[in-house]
Design a protein around this ligand. Structure first.
Ligand SMILES: [Zn+2]
Ligand SMILES: [Zn+2]
Length: 134
């Protein structure tokens, strides 16, 4: 299964870049708040960021990785554990785990393994590639 994981690759391409996740950790797409929707490069980072499942921190860059052994059940369990750690904050966890995982699988399936991506609110843009071994 193809998933998004945090990467430092291409950091610095934009002045608003930052990477505070653990390199290689699974990331998900948090809902974007109104302030960041208006100004994705503004003070709130959510509209330009992926969220780390373990670190609960943001990164503006992620890479598509193919993890053949990962099952949907395990993927959902990882996100559930992350939501548990966030105590199911109503604004951040407004969508169900199933819904978020559906979206992640669908979006990661669009790109080849190794694709380095940035987020602009609801769009993911290709920045480069680490090759399919990434
Ligand atoms: Zn925000
Ligand atoms: Zn929240």
């Amino acid at each position: 299964m193809r998933v998004f994981v945090a990467t430092s690759a291409t950091q610095g391409t934009r002045a608003s870049d930052s990477m505070r996740c653990v390199d290689g950790e699974l990331v998900w797409l948090r809902d974007v708040c109104p302030a960041s929707r208006r100004r994705p490069d503004g003070p709130c980072e959510c509209g330009r960021s992926f969220s780390g499942l373990s670190s609960n921190n943001y990164t503006t860059t992620a890479v598509v990785r193919d993890i053949p052994g990962l099952t949907r059940t395990e993927y959902e369990a990882a996100l559930t554990a992350s939501f548990d750690a966030q105590e199911w904050c109503p604004c951040c966890t407004s969508r169900s785990v199933e819904e978020v995982i559906d979206e992640l699988i669908r979006l990661a399936g669009v790109f080849p393994a190794g694709a380095v991506l940035e987020r602009r609110i609801n769009d993911l843009n290709l920045r480069g590639s680490l090759g399919s071994g990434a």
